[in-house]
Design a protein around this ligand. Structure first.
Ligand code: ADP
Ligand code: MG
Length: 690
């Protein structure tokens, strides 16, 4: 027997098509599936039946509560649970869950960030079921809750969440893809944007975590000298996975599989104590929800294993940070448009799609960068590791050659045998898929049949990233399709060739296959006029530029007021996080570090006095030397604390600078103070003892 029988309960906690067929009448299922597949609103006529089925199914699986599960602009998910039960008399109750409960819920929205879109006194927002994402059961302890994925809006219709703009951007993509494919005579099919989000994370032992107030409150260490050995030997990456970590991974995967989340790959990452989980790619909206659930499951399972899962972009200085590579593509009628085909027609579609992405990324690099502008990424992007803060496209050698031959405009065979590639006539040479020609330093890399956006931080919600990506590509596709749609049939290929040549001429500057970490690239990029938005405020600023406000408005994805509100929310989050970090650093330095150093200093000066009294000269110069180092360190510590306190009254950049200055002193003192006295668990313990 060849049958693969894995003892896995796949998708059992998901209200999927199989469950629908079991619990609902055939007609209702068809109506519901149409709703899901065609992204149309739920027919109110079936809402009650669907709600009843969902309740029945969930209660049979132990659920006592339901919640509208949504994604506010806080960056995490939100939920408010309601019991199914309603009392009907003394000691009597009935389980109730109506179509109205299903379609619209009304959270008390006043405490969610809205960037001034909605005044708190009229705290009225509502959540509505996003039928394209199936309901699921979340388990906890002995209980379970039915979660209904929803979008979150204000009563005046402005979006307050991450999902609504994502759905709008998918609509824009869908329209654009249909328009483009119609140019190639293909009119029947759905456009599907796909996402595979590779999730990086750290695992450390809980006993260390709880003794690090900086990790507990900020998610990253604000002090800590890197140990002599960390990732230089490159022995962790893809190394054998420790049994304790493997036990964690297995439990995570089983939980995810129950929810129909296709966790696929697991491995050690570059830094010690760093790992990655990659799912099989899925339809974008679903993949976004699945990634949010994945992060939550990882945190919860880690807790049960006495571990803590750190999703911050840069928990430890001096070793690699964590990203979330967004692998993005788009397909039509089941064919991946970024997959170079095997015949001239498919190649032409591929090249038109590729050209749309190149044009979009060059025109809107600033907005793409803005989608990754969060406090945690500040310490990651451009800091000598995974991608710089410059957006550039890596195409690989072969594809670049193809593009150059198209762009060259050379008519036919040249002396060297180099021919111009003729679109729609020639077949592309076979391109390597995601293998030899890899470039890990590129921020936006073509990897065989998809683009991999590597800037997003490990803690980020993919919705806000892909919303931007969808919108800018949709516009480019529309623009290209607009031109080629008008071409007479006999001149179609020639016309398309010209369009693609134009894109390469005007936007080819964004293509870069070299080392993205090098200083030479930063200079070259500046010469090419590519933006390099290093800090979070710089990277958020484009959101308020008129051209961008108009653009997202025109594309029907974000109204100017909505964009403005998102800017406010993100900027405020950055400022608040920086202030919290500054305060925690100050408190740690004053209440933990300074006393430890002072005590050490006291021991040394006392030893010095004792030696003197005893008439012992040997050793005193060494003790004096260390005491002086510590004394100077104490003075510097004191001064830099004062400086940080002053900076906390100024702008975030000043706070970050002052924190860096303070850290330099503290990390030096860590090496001079008695190990037993140092009040914070050290990097060597956290990164290796798990
Ligand atoms: P790596 O980048 O580590 O080499 P892979 O190339 O195996 O990893 O794939 C990375 C991710 O890309 C996986 O989540 C995979 O499912 C996803 N992926 C593959 N094809 C597509 C596609 N057409 N659209 C979106 N994501 C895809
Ligand atoms: Mg990758």
């Amino acid at each position: 027997m060849n049958k693969c029988t894995v003892n896995v309960e796949y998708g059992v906690d998901l209200f999927n098509e199989t469950v629908m067929r079991e619990y609902l009448a055939k007609d209702t299922v068809e109506t519901l599936l149409r709703t899901v597949n065609e992204h149309v609103p739920l027919d109110p006529a079936i809402a009650n039946d669907v709600a009843h089925a969902m309740k029945q199914w969930a209660m049979e699986r132990g659920a006592t509560h339901f919640t509208h599960w949504f994604q506010p602009l806080t960056g995490s998910t939100a939920e408010k649970h309601d019991a199914f039960f309603e009392p009907t008399g003394v000691g009597q109750t009935i389980a109730r869950f109506s179509g109205k409960n299903l379609i619209v819920g009304e959270p008390d929205a006043s405490s969610f960030p809205s960037g001034g879109l909605r005044c708190t006194f009229e705290a009225r927002g509502y959540t509505a079921w996003d039928v394209t994402s199936p309901a699921f059961i979340k388990r906890h302890g002995n209980g379970a809750t039915l979660c209904i994925p929803t979008v979150f809006c204000s009563y005046t219709g402005e979006v307050l969440d991450q999902k609504t703009p994502l759905l709008r951007s998918q609509q824009a993509m869908s329209k654009a893809v249909h328009k483009l494919m119609a140019c190639f005579g293909q009119t029947v099919g759905h456009a599907v944007v796909t996402l595979g989000a590779e999730q990086e994370y750290f695992l450390i032992d809980k006993k260390y975590y709880l003794r690090r107030p900086d990790l507990v409150q900020c998610g990253r260490t604000l002090f800590g000298a890197p140990p002599a050995r960390h990732q230089q030997l490159e022995d962790h990456y893809f190394g054998s996975i420790r049994p304790r970590v493997l036990a964690f991974m297995e439990e995570v995967e089983r939980e995810l599989w129950r929810l129909g989340i296709p966790a696929k790959t697991r491995h050690n990452e570059v830094a010690p104590a760093q790992f990655e989980l990659a799912p099989m790619f899925e339809e974008l909206n679903l993949a976004v929800d699945h990634n949010m659930i994945t992060m939550e499951v990882m945190r919860n399972v880690a807790d049960r294993h006495g571990l803590v899962c750190l999703l911050h972009e840069k928990p430890f200085a001096g070793v690699n940070g964590s990203g979330k590579h967004n692998n993005w593509s788009v397909s039509f009628a089941g064919r991946n448009l970024l997959d170079p085909g095997s015949n001239p027609q498919d190649n032409a579609i591929f090249l038109a799609t590729l050209a749309s992405v190149i044009r979009a990324v060059d025109l809107h690099a600033d907005m793409l960068r803005s989608s990754t502008a969060i406090a945690g990424n500040e310490h990651r992007l451009g800091a000598n590791e995974a991608p710089p803060s410059i957006i550039s496209i890596f195409l690989g050698q072969e594809l670049t050659q193809v593009i150059e031959r198209i762009g060259s405009g050379k008519s036919t065979q040249t002396e060297t045998g180099e021919a111009q590639l003729r679109i729609g006539v020639d077949t592309l040479p076979p391109l390597p898929r995601d293998s030899s020609d890899r470039n890990r330093t590129s921020s936006f890399a073509f990897t065989g049949n998809k683009f991999e956006f590597r800037m997003p931080g490990s803690s980020q919600n993919c919705a806000s990233i892909c919303m931007i990506l969808n919108t800018i590509v949709a516009e480019s596709m529309q623009s290209i399709a607009g031109v080629i749609a008008k071409l007479p049939k006999e001149r179609f290929n020639e016309g398309l060739q010209k369009v693609i040549q134009g894109v390469i001429r005007d936007h080819g500057r964004v293509i870069f296959n070299g080392d993205g970490y090098s200083e030479a690239w930063a200079q070259e990029a500046a010469r090419r006029g590519l933006p390099n938005l290093r800090s979070t405020p710089e990277a958020l600023a484009p959101m308020l530029e008129k051209k961008n406000l108009d653009f997202f408005d025109r594309m029907g994805v974000l109204k100017p007021a909505e964009m403005q509100s998102r800017y406010d929310v993100f900027m405020e989050a950055f400022e608040r996080k920086t202030t919290i970090e500054g305060k925690v650093a100050l408190e740690l330095a004053r209440s933990m570090i300074e006393p430890a150093v002072t005590a050490e200093f006291g021991v040394l000066t006392k030893a010095l006095a004792n030696a003197k009294a005893a008439g012992v000269a040997a050793g005193t110069s060494a003790i004096r030397g260390v005491a002086e180092t510590l004394g100077n360190g104490l003075d510097a510590l004191h001064d830099r604390c004062e400086a940080l306190e002053a900076a906390l009254k100024r702008k975030p950049a000043d706070v970050m600078k002052a924190m860096g200055d303070l850290r330099a002193v503290v990390d030096r003192l860590e090496l001079d103070v008695d190990d037993a006295r140092w009040p914070l668990p050290k990097y060597s313990a956290m990164l290796f003892d798990y």
